[in-house]
Design a binder for this molecule. Structure first.
Ligand code: GH3
Ligand code: MG
Ligand code: MG
Ligand code: MG
Ligand code: MG
Length: 308
């Protein structure tokens, strides 16, 4: 849910189109139009289309409305309600013009309608247009939510995700943990090796932390300067302590030389953990303060360690 919203955007990555129609002949016509420029995926049922969307995250879905089983409208509704697929550009393909149906489609989040019989030139132009718009909005989202130095989520994304993650845990009666992490003696690192190398160090540390918090629902964000924060839904205190410990070891294993650290030859981090349980008086604001307090204790206790 969380990390997946942040996109790896490279202009030369081929776009992906999913064709959904119960009539294979329709799929064939559309396939011929886009096969050269896009990676193509095909489904003949709504259920199958949802599976493909989860797996490949197409940029554009060309979606038939009337299909046996799940209708195109139902597919659209489900895709739009799932944060992992909500940004997909959905274009309905319909056999007859029906005002009410079109309004409903737009209300469900579709971006365009294409009418059968397929006019190749118009269909190609409309799909190309929607593809470019989708790429632009992906790019804007990435700029708005990603930390430009390290590539992990930024603080804005963290603040957006935290209440959502907490609601998820309340719904499932699961605990949620927060980990605050801070690079040890980083001012000295900058002073000794220069700001540029300091930046490189932050990128490596961010990557090492992210590699440990690898579940799709985990989020690692840069909270500020040399401080990171991690949301771990469905994770109790023991689980979070063990993940934080793994992060500490992962950073140690990077073996980034730090001659001016008084506790190690290489760069280390400290961590503070707090855990929230779904109760009326729990608040994630309080949990964030608590994680910060624990981080302070980890620093006071000698650094390169976790407290919680
Ligand atoms: P402690 O072990 O107690 O955390 O000590 P510290 O030196 O890491 O903490 P302090 O808060 O004194 O210093 C943090 C340093 O992080 C100071 C600042 O210049 C550096 N810093 C913050 N943001 C960046 C950045 O984006 N790039 C680089 N290179 N350095 C940064
Ligand atoms: Mg049909
Ligand atoms: Mg500080
Ligand atoms: Mg520090
Ligand atoms: Mg700090």
């Amino acid at each position: 849910m969380l990390q997946a919203q942040i996109l790896d955007l490279t202009d030369d990555v081929k776009g992906k189109i999913l064709l959904v129609d119960d009539q294979p002949t329709n799929i064939k016509i559309l396939h011929q139009l886009f096969n050269q420029d896009f990676d193509m995926y095909m489904s003949t049922t709504g259920e199958q289309a949802l599976d493909v969307c989860k797996k490949v995250k197409p940029d554009v879905v060309l979606l038939d409305i009337e299909m046996p089983g799940m209708s195109g409208f139902e597919v659209c509704e489900i895709l739009k309600s799932d944060p992992q697929t909500a940004n997909t550009a959905i274009i309905f393909i319909t056999a007859h013009f029906d005002e009410e149906q079109e309004v409903k489609g737009f209300q469900l989040g579709a971006v365009d309608f294409i009418h059968k019989p397929i006019n190749s030139i118009i269909t190609t132009a409309r799909v190309q247009n929607q593809f470019l718009l989708k790429r632009h909005s992906d790019l804007l989202r990435a700029i708005a939510l990603q930390d430009s130095l390290t590539g992990v989520a930024n603080r804005r994304q963290f603040e957006r995700c935290l209440p959502d993650a907490w609601r998820h845990c309340i719904r499932h009666l699961q605990p949620m943990s927060l980990v605050m992490l801070d690079v040890d003696f980083f001012k000295r690192y900058n002073d000794k090796y220069g700001h540029q190398q300091g930046d490189d160090c932050l990128r490596l540390v961010a990557q090492a932390i992210s590699d440990v918090a690898g579940r799709p629902y985990d989020l690692v964000a840069r909270y500020g300067g040399e401080e990171f924060v991690c949301i771990l839904p469905d994770t109790n205190l023991d689980g979070a302590l063990s993940i934080a410990e793994k992060m500490i070891v992962a950073v140690q294993n990077l073996a980034i030389e730090h001659a001016d650290s008084t506790i190690s030859d290489s760069v280390t981090i400290s961590a503070g953990v707090s855990t929230l349980f779904p109760k009326l008086d729990s608040s994630w604001e309080h949990a964030l303060n608590e994680a910060d307090k624990q981080l302070y204790l980890a620093k006071k206790g000698g650094r390169n360690q976790v407290k919680g």
